[in-house]
Design a protein around this ligand. Sequence first.
Ligand SMILES: C[S@@+](CC[C@H](N)C(=O)[O-])C[C@H]1O[C@@H](n2cnc3c(N)ncnc32)[C@H](O)[C@@H]1O
Length: 198
Amino acid sequence: MIETEEISLKPVVRLAPQIGMLPDHEFAVIWNLWDEVGGNFLEIGTSSGLTTRALAIGRSWAQVFTVDVRSPNDVHEHQRNEHPGSQLGYFSLGLSNVFHFANGFENFDVRKKGIRMVFIDGDHREESVWRDSESALALSGDGERFIIAWHDYEDNGRDDCSWLGVGPAVRRLAARYGLAIKHAKDTRIAFWRSWQHA
Ligand SMILES: C[S@@+](CC[C@H](N)C(=O)[O-])C[C@H]1O[C@@H](n2cnc3c(N)ncnc32)[C@H](O)[C@@H]1O
């Protein structure tokens, strides 16, 4: 059972003209969740880098790692149009605290990067979300606070299209690992905190 929580939002400074594929209110949730843990941030699914840019400029003392794949041909057909081709990571290129990896998450060495939050917004098929989530979970567990967030989580128990596997993967993860995963109210974001939140 995935409960819904209303995240209390501190003001978010708008530093980018738009926030990529995340609507403003969802960016605000991601931003405020990150604020709970501090540390460095890992985004899976860079696209044009607008969310990456807003995160990195807003917290210039932290490092933002962002992972995508080199070409639209490497993306599942249903999501191919989300890969911006030669514009991959365009808006976050040149920022000194952003580190781009365009070779898939499996090839990204996540160890010792001080990552305290992972935002999973890459390949949305169930098995891919599952795999990315397990890799993210492997980064937690050192006693420090840790958050995993997923985008495109459908709270209605069904998914709009058969290939969109975020909901099924998240519900399966919650059951398999006994994780208290929550849905952020009025968003398509699910999230897990590694600690008991009052
Ligand atoms: C919804 S977009 C990401 C949007 C971005 N996070 C934002 O907020 O603007 C999904 C991205 O995931 C990427 N992607 C697809 N399959 C992937 C994979 N196996 N590993 C990493 N990224 C992948 C796509 O190329 C696309 O850029």
